[in-house]
Design a protein around this ligand. Structure first.
Ligand SMILES: Cc1cc2nc3c(=O)[nH]c(=O)nc-3n(C[C@H](O)[C@H](O)[C@H](O)COP(=O)(O)OP(=O)(O)OC[C@H]3O[C@@H](n4cnc5c(N)ncnc54)[C@H](O)[C@@H]3O)c2cc1C
Length: 420
């Protein structure tokens, strides 16, 4: 087995991994290695040919590929090592990575620090129970995106979309532009799962109907899908038999959510937050395993890639400080906890000695509210008080807290969203 040594290894060459690698190198780390299983860098962004990426960071509407290209050029410029077509199979607590590719076979990589940036994966049919046969023609929205945008295939003539997640909405428009009839988007919940801008630009502008509180109850077809039965659901999300309706289609697209990709993290026994389904991270995005950091969608599913890149930079800086012995690794830390109407908070813990000038806190609300205040409270004192006209569950909120507000206490910081 080949043996290699590196200071920082980044697993995954998507936007989180690219930003992390560049930042670690800029902070003075000599050897940074990106390990990517795909044939090129960029991650999921390479299949996102639509625009809307990078508004915060570059002040422009870039396509996913253009956004990624900016970082890939930096990787070249900074002379960062990259191993493509290389899959990481295991990470051990002593920061050893086991990976393989077709040219070098198995390799053992000894690392000073590791950054997990494996992104997320889509929920499949097996995670959303649907009765019926198991024909071909049931694909996730990301797979359809890859077929059309990268492989040049049109997978069908008439599609039904289950779930109103952003990738499904984007694919409703993309398929329509390619001449595919999109019969409609069916959403189990009573409110849409995707961003408002995607509902306007991808459905309303193309007269594609969205049916809320409605789901696919049965798939029909022997070898190839022939149609689906849809039905409205009651308040307990049980299908209402009398509303069942058959729809002819040759593709069912599933846009039913993303899950952080944490097989490797679990094997490593990194502590996982049941709310985010990703590693619990501290202010430097270090996980519960010392010297192992995480960034991007592996931590929690972000809606904007700009935030993904920011978390990559925090993890990259954290890894550089760790190697320099400048991170306080004490067991003592403060927790950040979700309060009223807050679903989860990232990061979940802070060691105040490591704080930079501001601490960015990422979170989502549980339910839509208008005219609210985001409140940060520690020791009964308010350290954050920010008004929002409206908050929606699909939209990640980021608030910066001045670190000096946190340094004077060792107690829990609670983030709440309150009406008024
Ligand atoms: C199918 C799909 C489509 C999406 N489309 C959009 C969209 O249209 N618009 C939008 O704003 N957001 C979209 N997103 C969200 C998007 O994932 C994020 O904005 C962003 O790409 C996340 O960056 P990341 O670096 O965390 O993950 P990714 O971009 O997913 O990158 C993770 C990388 O890690 C690699 N990797 C994973 N495991 C291993 C391993 N064991 N060994 C080596 N390499 C590994 C993967 O190959 C991948 O390149 C989409 C997500 C998915 C899953």
């Amino acid at each position: 087995m080949k043996r290699i040594k590196t200071d920082v290894a980044v697993i995954g060459g998507g936007p989180a991994g690219l930003a992390a690698a560049i930042e670690a190198k800029r902070q003075g780390v000599d050897n940074v290695l990106i390990i990517e299983r795909d044939v090129e860098l960029g991650g999921i962004l390479q299949q996102c040919i639509h625009d809307g990426f990078g508004l915060h960071r570059f002040g422009k509407r870039l396509s996913g590929c253009e956004y990624a290209e900016n970082f890939i050029e930096e990787i070249d410029y900074e002379d960062i090592d990259v191993k493509l077509k290389t899959i990481v199979l295991e990470i051990t607590k002593d920061k050893m990575i086991y990976a393989m590719n077709e040219n070098e076979g198995m390799m053992q990589i000894e690392c000073g620090a590791i950054i997990l940036a494996m992104g997320c994966r889509e929920r499949t049919r097996s995670q959303v129970f649907i009765w019926g046969t198991r024909p071909s023609g049931v694909l996730t929205a990301g797979t359809v995106q890859r077929y059309i945008n990268m492989e040049g295939y049109l997978p069908c003539k008439k599609a039904v979309i289950l779930g109103s997640g952003d990738i499904g909405l984007i694919m409703a428009r993309r398929m329509t532009l390619e001449g595919i009839e999109v019969e409609g988007v069916y959403e189990l919940m009573s409110s849409p799962g995707g961003l408002t801008r995607n509902i306007c630009q991808c459905l309303n502008d193309y007269d594609i109907p969205m049916h809320l509180s409605t789901t696919v109850v049965r798939i029909h077809g022997d070898k190839k899908i022939e149609g689906v039965t849809v039905a409205e659901v009651d308040e307990k999300r049980r299908p209402i038999k009398s509303t069942e309706r058959y729809i002819d289609c040759d593709l069912l697209v599933l846009a039913v959510g993303l899950i952080p990709e944490n097989e490797l993290s679990r094997k490593l026994e990194v502590k996982i937050d049941p709310r985010t389904k990703g590693p619990v991270v501290d202010e430097s995005f270090m996980t519960s395993v010392e010297g192992v950091f995480a960034a991007g969608n592996v931590v929690t599913v972000f809606d904007l890639v700009d935030y993904v890149s920011l978390t990559g930079e925090i993890a990259g800086r954290g890894a550089a400080k760790y190697l320099d012995g400048k991170l306080n690794l004490e067991d003592r830390y403060q927790s950040i906890v979700p309060g009223d109407n807050v679903n989860f908070v990232v990061p979940q813990i802070i060691r105040s000695d490591n704080l930079e000038e501001h601490l960015p806190i990422y979170f989502r609300v549980k339910q839509k509210e208008k005219k609210v205040k985001v409140i940060g409270e520690i020791d009964g004192k308010i350290c954050l008080d920010k008004k929002h006209v409206v908050v929606l569950p699909p939209e990640m909120i980021v608030e910066n807290i001045k670190s000096e507000e946190l340094k004077s206490s060792n107690n829990e910081l609670t983030i709440s969203v309150k009406v008024g």
